[in-house]
Each structure stands twice: as structure tokens, then as C-alpha cells.
Design a protein around this ligand. Sequence first.
Ligand code: GLN
Length: 287
Amino acid sequence: MGTLNELLSWGKGELAAAGILEYELDAWLLLSFVTGIDRTRYLADRDRVVLDKDICYYRELISKRSRRIPLQQLTGWQDFMGLAFEVDHHVLIPRQDTELLVEEAGRRIRKRAQVRVLDLCTGSGCIITSLAHEYGSLGSGQIVRAVGVDISERALEIARKNAARHGVKVSFIKGDLFDAVEEKFDLIVSNPPYISSSVIERLEPEVRDHEPRIALDGGEDGLYFYRKITEQAADYLMEGGYLLYEIGYDQGEAVASILKKNGYADIKVYQDLAGLDRVCLGKRMEE
Ligand code: GLN
């Protein structure tokens, strides 16, 4: 077994046997990652003999993927909002669903001249970095201050690298929600952990065993962080400012009612491309 074609068939077989749904795609993506070959080159040259060191590396990655380590933790990358984000097992892998939160935040940023944005539970920093990339945080553009908070120093290390890679200025602060925050913002966004503790055991092994539990677990009913953040946010949000959350598909009503109970107005729930509740937001009332 030494050609591109042979290696790919072997990889597919291994991943299929391990029960991986996307075995064809994953086997190809790992081969392309290891050899640096794109689809066109592969099709033109599939009988090319692969270097021994690449064969070794491919075998190692296929074996890890068979143990249900997420593909993105093997390649170290995930695209989000058209930007490449570095990831490892200390951060949640950015999800396409979260792009809806970024888009809704963007719509509210565009309407204002100078916007200060806070991202709580920033993880890889994908949300605040893509907002800063799109709306500026280097003195020009609408965002004049961008802050990302996370309780995990290991996550913040990744987030800082991601912001630097995309040339944006974001202050990353270590803290438990608002504990280390000392200023007010026009927009607070968050994709907090929101899976009910008991549901975590039923998730796919990639998520359950390899993504950080601390980024998933939203307490007994999954709503712990929405309650906590909403109760505290008024002290850190300007009057007329927005609090925007990513939420789970079945949390629209519950999160909307938490916002309502805390005096927020213009409460809205938005659906993702699959038609499921994905974003909930409210406006802090003028007092
Ligand atoms: N904000 C990050 C993301 O959306 C991490 C979220 C989390 O860790 N719960 O990907």
C-alpha cells in the first residue's frame, strides 16, 4: 500500500469500520492534509507513490480519527465566517450554527457609529474575532473596543493567537463571566455552555469525549449560564444596548422568558438554516 489511491481506500475502510458517518470525506480531508494534495491533483495523479513519512502520519491520523477524535483536532483548524481558526481540545470547535449569532450581532453593530462589544465564554475567540474582522477594531470601523472573556487560560491562549492571525485587536481577559469585567458595552454576545448535564452522555463520542466538558455543560436544565449572565448583564450593558445569545434548539421560550423577567425589551428568537431556534436576544431598556 503506497499510492494515493490505495491509501485513501484503506483510510475509508478504517473509518467506515469505526462507524464514522462521513468516512469518505474525512479519509480524503486527512489525506489532503497530510500530503498537501488537492482534489484536482489527486484525480490526475492517484497512482503517485506517497512518501513513507506521509504514510506513517496518515496511518496515525486515521487511527486517531477511528478513536473518534474530531477531525478539526487532528488538522488543528476550523473555518468560521470565512476565516480559519486554530483549535485544540481546550476549546469548543466553532460551529456553523454560531454564524447566525455573528450575523445578528453584525446587524445591530452596523446601525451604530461606535460600538463596544463583549464576548462572554469566548473559547477559540471565533465570535469576537470575526466581528472585529468585519467591523474593525483597530481605530477605524464601527467597533471601537472588543473584549473576550473566558474562564480557561488555555482557551484564551488559542483565542489570542486567532485574533492576532486575523490582524484584529481584541482584549482577552481571564474571568468567570463578568467577574473581571470593569466597563460597559453596547453589545454583549455569548455562546455559553448550554447542554443539560444529563444529555451530554448521549452526545456523539467526538463531542462527549473530546470537546471540553466545561464548554458544553449548562447545568441540570442547560439554562444555568443564561440565568447567571442575564441577571448580571445590566451592570455591564449600556441602556439601549443588546444582549445576544446562541441557544439550543429547544431553549427559545425559556431564554426569552429569562430576558423578559430581567426587564429586557424587543426580545426575539431567530431560527438557523435548519429552522431550529438558535439565537435569542433582547434590548436593555432605557431607565
Ligand atoms: N464562543 C465559542 C464558540 O462559539 C465557545 C463557546 C463555548 O465554549 N461554549 O465557539
